[in-house]
Each structure stands twice: as C-alpha cells, then as structure tokens.
Design a protein around this ligand. Structure first.
Ligand code: ADP
Length: 413
C-alpha cells in the first residue's frame, strides 16, 4: 500500500515529442485513480514513468515517501497489467503466476499458497494447468491479474487491461476489477480511453488532453461540473450538446439569445453569479446541455428532426437547431419522422456556460491562489512516516482537495 506523488512530471521522447507536460497530483494510499483521454494524450507514458519503464524528463515521482526517479522498476514495489496480457506462451497459468516469485527465490510452499489463493479469488483454479493459447481473452487477463496479485505490490498499474475483450466480458471484468481493488486495499492506477470505464471504476478521474491535465475529480464532479469544453464533450454518452449564444440583458433580467429565439435565465434564478452576468453581458458564450435534460413541448426552441433512433427503452433524436446539431435522449415511447418540426425545452438550471475563447466553464469557481499550491505540494507530506496515521491522511486529503481545485482552475483560467 502506498501513496504516489507526481510533481511537475514531464516527458519528452527522443524524437522531441512532448508527451506529458507539468503533470502534478497526489494519489492517495488505496485510491483507484483512472487516467482517461483520447489516444496519444500521454496516459500510458505517465503509467510507464511510475513503473520505471520510461525515463522521467523532468519533475519528481514519489511512491510513499521515497523518491523514485532513478530507482529501477524491480525495486519500486509495483505490478503492471498490460492490454495484451504479456503472458509467457510456453508456460501454464500456474507457472506464469509463479515465475516471478521463483525468481525471487521464495520457498515452494509459499509460492504455491499465493498462486492458489490468487486463482481462487479470480476463479481460475481449474485453468492452472492450461497454457495461454488454450484460454479465452478474459481468462488470460485473469491470469495476468493473478500474476500481478501474487507479488502483493504496493501499487497496481493497469494499462487498458480490458481493451482486447468483447463488450460483455469487458462489463463483467470491470466489476471484478472494482471488487478486486476493494478486496486488496491497494493503490490502483488505471489507464483507459473509455470514459465509461473511467466513470464506473475510478474513485477519482484524471482527464487528459495533449499531455496536459484538464481536470481531476470524482466521476460525479467531472460529469456535473466539467472544468472546460473538452471535459464536457469527452465525459458522458451521448456527449453534451453545445450551442452558441449571446448573453443579453432584458426587462426581466437576463436572457440567452439563440438564433432568433431567446431563453430567459432570470425566471428560475440564474445559475451564473451576478459578477459573471455583468462580465459576460453582450458577449458570445457557449452553452452546454446534456441530451437527457432536453424535453419536447408545445413551446420552446424550434428544431428539425434529422434522424430518430429508437433503441427500445429510449429514443435518441438527432436535431438541427439554431444552426447546430443537437441530440435529445427521450423515452422510448417517442417516435418522430425525419423532417418533423419539434420544440425543445431547455431547463436553465441544467445549462453549462463556457467562455468561447478559453473554453472554461463559467460555473467553476476561480481559485488562482490554489493553483500555486500544485507546483509546491505540502512539504510535510513528503516527510511523513510510511505508516498511514490520521495526520498523514488529513494532509493527503488537504493536498488532494488543493490539487483538485488547482488543476481545475489552472487549466481553465
Ligand atoms: P496514450 O497512452 O494516451 O495513448 P502515449 O502515452 O502512448 O498516449 O503517447 C503520448 C505521445 O507520446 C503520443 O504522441 C505518442 O505518439 C508519443 N510517444 C509514445 N511513445 C513514444 C516513443 N517511444 N517515442 C516517441 N514518441 C512516443
């Protein structure tokens, strides 16, 4: 068990590709952290730097309180599970799991007990004599997890471990990995490009783009308060809708002008602060609304149905509205022919407001002072003894809260 501190981590590959830039965060002992983002955003590079498989170009990495920048992988007390399982093809499942322990010269009985215990937890006891080619993808991935488990590492690193599995198996393995994490009580760092995996598995999610952290938060925080347009569009299925609008003052307070229509945001009480309303008065902003927040009514914004996808329990309406495409997620009872005109209703309280230039979510509070903290995590944190006493836990919680706010602001200001 261990916390991980990543402080201004940077990776420049030999071909001058800047894969990771100024990555800072505190991963708490026993936390399940998911790094998520599109392919090429630097997730695997972070994981490989933690594992010691990739040299760190700048910044500092601590596992527990030990600085790890120059410590070889075998001395980092980590175990890594890869997408392609990386099992030895000529060895049985048993031997694949036992091999690392044999190399460490552990007594035979101890190895046997560990392998059989892992096999029992992963439900692969009857596969122990099989070689990888006689196993399904899901079974191979269990063996790979078992091989990591028997080492009893302080940190589990998982790099897209479910990507090679079919959709159904992925769902069941997902919940098994969550249970495994709870059972082992070990720190997990998990990389995926799949936002559903991130949302369902992580205690906290780190959303990345182009080597830069966009937001760190719990799944609920990232979903309900995305820090910027990128996070808003990346997290959630179907993705959030975006509409260009102008914020105007009217007799009743404020309204949002969308094409030829106006949406009052004063009637239900504006979600934007008075300061923000004054600052953005007369400005173009981008509105965001989740597809499941849209409803149809007698009145509202006129929109044309492009396609209606009836999925049984729900219907997705793809609409043309104010010159942009919108998706509405409606009950399965809704049917609409293409070309039909409908009126969509947008509840002002469910709107997200983004600065058009920076993409920043205007509902996220500004905390410039907190941003400074991230480049200098509390020094006591790194000097604390290994045993997780209440003081350490409170410091970690403090650092975590700072990191979360700081990153949110740092990337959106
Ligand atoms: P992800 O895991 O998010 O898909 P990676 O961490 O694998 O992203 O890669 C981040 C960036 O670094 C990409 O632009 C990728 O092409 C580049 N990259 C990864 N590995 C190497 C390497 N060994 N040499 C050069 N560039 C690399």
């Amino acid at each position: 068990m261990a916390s991980i501190t990543l402080k201004n981590l940077k990776k420049v590959y030999d071909n001058q590709v800047l894969a990771v830039s100024d990555f800072s965060m505190e991963i708490q002992d026993q936390e399940f952290i998911v790094l998520v983002g599109p392919s090429g955003c630097g997730k695997s590079t972070i994981l490989r730097m933690i594992a010691g498989l990739e040299e760190i170009s700048g910044g500092e990495l601590y596992i527990g309180r030990q600085k790890m920048n120059d410590v070889p992988p075998r001395d980092r007390d980590i175990a890594m599970v890869f997408q392609n399982y990386a099992l030895y093809p000529h060895m049985t499942a048993y031997k694949n799991m036992a091999f690392g322990l044999e190399n460490r010269k552990l007594p035979k009985e101890q190895i046997d007990a560990k392998v059989r215990e892992a096999a029992r937890i992963l439900d692969i006891e009857d596969l122990l004599d099989r070689k990888p080619k006689a196993m399904s993808g899901g079974q191979r991935q269990r063996v790979a997890l078992g091989r990591a488990m028997v080492r009893e590492p302080a940190v589990f690193l998982l790099d897209e471990p479910l990507s090679n599995l079919d959709a159904k198996l992925r769902t069941s393995m997902r919940s098994e990995i969550i249970k495994l994490h709870q059972r082992l009580g070990t720190t997990f760092v998990y990389v995926t490009h799949d936002q559903i995996e991130a949302m369902t598995m992580g205690d906290r999610i780190v959303v990345m783009k182009d080597g830069v952290i966009q937001q760190i938060g719990t799944p609920a925080e990232v979903y309900h308060r995305p820090a910027n347009l990128f996070v808003a569009g990346f997290i959630g299925t179907p993705p959030m809708n975006f509409l260009p609008a102008v914020l105007e003052e009217d007799a009743a307070g404020y309204c949002l002008r969308l094409g030829g229509s106006a949406l009052s945001i004063s009637a239900a009480g504006s979600p934007l602060s008075q300061e923000c309303l004054a600052r953005y008065r007369g400005c173009r902003i981008t509105l965001g609304i989740r597809p499941d927040q849209l409803t149809l009514g007698e009145e509202g914004l006129p929109a044309q149905v492009d396609v209606a996808e009836a999925l049984g329990g729900e219907t997705y309406l793809y609409l043309e509205c104010c010159g942009v495409r919108l998706t509405a997620k409606l009950p399965g009872t809704v049917t609409m022919p293409p070309g039909a005109t409908v009126h969509i209703q947008i509840p002002p309280q469910q709107l997200h407001f983004f600065d058009q230039e920076s993409g920043r979510n205007l509902l996220c509070p500004s905390a410039a002072s907190a941003a400074a903290v991230i480049s200098e995590p509390p020094s006591e944190l790194l000097a604390e003894p290994q045993s997780p006493g209440p003081k350490k836990r409170s410091l970690l919680a403090k650092a975590k809260a700072f990191a979360r706010t700081a990153h949110r602001e740092k990337t959106t200001d």
